[in-house]
Design a protein around this ligand. Structure first.
Ligand code: HEM
Length: 494
């Protein structure tokens, strides 16, 4: 059975409604909800309204009132990503793009424009590109990776531990994934405050976004040229030398996808997991009982706050049906972990923890399922663990209700996470490895928080004078080498 609610194509064909700039109107032509503008300030509640009105798949409008479906149901999202014969990620078949309704200056163009990357490819081409990405990922030695994550965490904590206050978004969560990704890619030397600023600026889409994008593209271009000439043991080299034979353009574009998408998603995950550990009653209750595993907090955060709220997009290769809606060939559909993860059919009670259940949609599914999820999880697990070990008395410096987010269709980013703690000395980040040097994967975390409420609201937002830090870690590869090299790296504590 298919519903008679207006399809995205019908909505575009309808007579013009109120002007899009009018704040009083959340509805566009055909009475279809806009996913942008004043009516979409709270996307979570908008998704629930849409679920009530249309069921698991709803028609919506993107900027310029471009028609789209948003998939709200958990099962329907899985069906979307697992049906490559019906739905493709190649935007070139999208009707509004083909008929010119999507203009070149559309704000979502960076997501829409087709690129020679695995995310947009399908069939044999997807297998070839994804094969190179998977091949490069399998060279990663996770033991060594976790050491690097721990080292960079220590280095970042050293920058603020003597102050007794910090903003864990701006001073920790926004930095750690970039440091680790630069290390993994083989460009540890490029990691500094400037590249973090460039990535954030680019994602915010400010006036300087183009220059920031260029800064990152230049860094990746240098890396690709260096590794083409002299391959090493890093992700960039393995991508370049993979038998799939990626062209220079394909290498550059994949480095960019890996750096930026991985960075943004992991920074969001880390900030959300830290917020959850510091504020969530479910975890506080467990903490008061004495135990909370950090990986559980990370996994719960993946359910409640998917780092990508939606992924743009899948496109129907033929007329079909999804969630009771008639989908026409060329229609676009947003894969949407945010509403999918809170589908009442899989989570009737959102206050119930999801411990032990990893079937959330945050890493996608089907042929395009995220190949970097273990890296994202490792950064969040080790980063949160390392921070809590260094600052066991850390607590939020403002009421949880005062925390703010910036939100777009694709993601939700915590603006600040101000915390206070007892000032502590810096720690040597080059300590030799010892039995307990590293938090173990899936370790149990014990912390005593008391019922402490913030005592210094907003204090962490003050600009901090630069604190001298250790020199950046030498750009040694974390990819797997020979047994001897691995032993030496372990011995040196790399
Ligand atoms: C918390 C961290 C991360 C999250 C939440 C995340 C999420 C996602 C999602 C939702 C997709 C799209 C799946 C789909 O279209 O069905 C994706 C694809 C992808 N991710 Fe991640 N990701 C994360 C970290 C990473 C990392 C660390 C890397 C690389 C080191 C990475 C590399 C990729 C690539 C290359 C794709 C495209 C795969 C394809 O189209 O075949 N991601 N990710």
């Amino acid at each position: 059975m298919t519903s008679e609610s207006p399809t995205p194509t019908d909505a575009a064909d309808s007579a013009a409604g109120p002007p899009p700039e009018c704040p009083a109107h959340a509805l566009g032509p055909g009475g279809v909800h806009r996913l942008y503008g004043p009516g979409a300030a709270d996307l979570r509640s908008l998704y629930e309204t849409l679920r009530e009105q249309h069921g698991p798949v709803a028609p919506v409008l993107l900027h310029d009132d471009v028609p789209m479906w948003v998939v709200l149901g958990h099962a329907e999202n899985l069906q979307l990503v697992r049906s490559p014969t019906q739905f493709s990620r190649d935007s070139r078949i999208w009707t509004p793009l083909r008929d010119g309704a999507v203009k070149p200056d559309h704000p979502l163009m960076p997501h829409i424009a087709w690129q020679p990357i695995c995310s947009h490819a399908e069939g044999d081409e997807h297998k070839r590109l994804r094969g190179a990405v998977n091949g490069a990922m399998t060279t990663i030695d996770f033991r060594s990776l976790r050491r690097h994550i721990n080292r960079y965490s220590q280095m970042l904590v050293n920058r603020f531990c003597e102050e007794g206050e910090a903003d864990l978004v701006g001073e920790f969560a926004d930095h750690l994934p970039m440091a680790v990704m630069c290390e993994l890619l083989g460009m540890a030397r490029e990691y500094d405050d400037r590249i973090v600023h460039a990535a954030r600026d680019m994602l915010k889409g400010t006036e300087t976004a183009i220059a920031s994008n260029q800064y990152i593209v230049d860094a990746l271009g240098r890396l690709a040229a260096e590794r083409r000439a002299r391959p090493g043991e890093d992700l960039a080299s393995y991508l370049i030398t993979h038998p799939a034979g990626l062209t220079d353009e394909e290498v550059r574009e994949h480095l960019r996808v890996v750096l930026i998408a991985a960075y943004e998603a992991t920074a969001n995950l880390l900030a959300n997991a830290l917020r959850m550990v510091l504020t969530d009653r479910r975890f506080r209750a467990k903490l008061n009982g004495g135990q909370l595993t950090v990986p559980e907090a990370v996994e719960q955060s993946l359910w409640d706050e998917p780092p990508f709220s939606t992924v743009f997009a899948y496109f129907a290769k033929q007329d079909t049906e999804l969630g009771g809606q008639r989908i026409r060939r060329g229609d676009g559909l947003l894969f949407a972990p945010a509403p999918g993860n809170v589908d009442p059919r899989v989570r009737p009670d959102l206050t119930e923890g999801m411990q032990g259940n990893r079937s959330h949609l945050s890493f996608g599914g089907g042929p395009h399922e995220c190949p970097g999820q273990d890296i994202g999880r490792a950064i969040a697990d080790v980063g949160v663990d390392a921070l809590l070990l260094r600052l066991p008395d850390v607590e939020l410096a403002c009421p949880a209700e005062e925390l703010r987010w910036t939100e777009s269709i694709s993601s939700r980013h915590l603006v600040e996470l101000p915390v206070v703690f007892e000032p502590r000395e810096q720690q040597d980040v080059f300590q030799k490895p010892s039995l307990h040097a590293l938090p173990r994967q899936r370790s149990v975390w014990e912390i005593s928080t008391g019922d402490g409420r913030p005592s210094v609201p907003g204090s962490a937002a003050q600009p901090r004078p630069p604190v001298p830090v250790e020199p950046a870690l030498p750009p040694e590869p974390v990819a797997r080498g020979g047994a001897w090299q691995r032993l030496m790296r372990w011995w040196r504590g790399d």
